[in-house]
Write a protein that binds this ligand. Structure first.
Ligand code: BG6
Ligand code: MG
Length: 231
């Protein structure tokens, strides 16, 4: 039976809430292009790569084929420059509730901790939050070829920590992220209230302060006991 060895966290929406900064940066670019986006639409950009997010925004005005890849990269870079300015304000106070004590608790119980983020800005955000010392590995979009829902980012984090996928718990707030964890063959924990997310995950909590180490371990063990009986 699989023995728990590591936790792999998503960044945006699980460790800190950078979604608002992504939203503000896309909104500004949208205004320059004459495309309006609101917070509701922004939900559809969570966990989605930078270029795919731009495509979804352009698709709002049926303009995704109006730009060459080079032009799209220019626009995405422009958004990113603004995003980078916005995340300068991030401090350790921006850790979501309960996350610091959860990371400390995991560490003192000798489990490994990895980060699997779709954001190329992940290392900068981790530095701003001053939590780099908790992580055994950080895998971000800059070091993988395929975006979530592909399992690559979670599998790479497990590989770099020298643990098997079955020995990991992945924690995510986006549907694409939960799909990525499940495709990697890991136990998936969702944070959020979205019904679709709940259906795809093995365990769900509504808020980060409900992520408790003993509950996560218990749930992981029950899941594996059920799997063992099925075999
Ligand atoms: C994800 C966010 O973590 O990273 C997305 O949820 C974002 O909203 C994606 O588009 C890519 O981030 P970045 O920083 O590389 O543009
Ligand atoms: Mg996320």
């Amino acid at each position: 039976m699989a023995e728990l060895q590591a936790f792999i966290f998503d960044l945006d929406g699980v460790i800190t809430d950078t979604a608002e900064y992504h939203f503000l940066a896309w909104k500004q670019l949208g205004e320059e292009l004459g495309i309006k986006i609101d917070r509701e639409f922004n939900e559809r950009l969570k966990g989605v790569s930078r270029l795919e997010s731009l495509n979804r925004i352009l698709a709002l005005n049926n303009r995704e084929t109006n730009f060459s890849l080079e032009e799209k990269e220019f626009l995405a870079t422009k958004k990113n420059e603004h995003y980078k300015e916005l995340i300068q304000q991030v401090t350790p106070n921006d850790l979501l509730p309960g996350i610091h004590s959860l990371l400390a608790n995991i560490k003192s119980n000798h489990y490994k901790i990895g980060l699997a983020s779709a954001s190329k800005n992940a290392p900068a955000v981790i530095e701003k939050l001053q939590i780099g010392n908790f992580f055994d590995t950080i895998v971000d979009a800059a070091t993988v070829k395929r975006s979530k829902p592909d399992p690559e980012v979670f599998l790479k984090a497990a590989e770099q920590m020298n643990v098997t996928a079955e020995a990991c718990i992945g924690i995510e707030d986006a549907e694409a992220g939960i799909e990525s964890i499940k495709a990697a063959g890991m136990f998936a924990v969702a944070v959020g209230t979205n019904e679709a997310l709940r259906k795809k995950a093995d365990m769900t909590v509504e808020r980060t302060n409900q992520l408790k180490l003993n509950e996560l371990i218990k749930s992981f063990q029950m899941y594996n006991d059920r799997l063992a009986k099925l075999k």
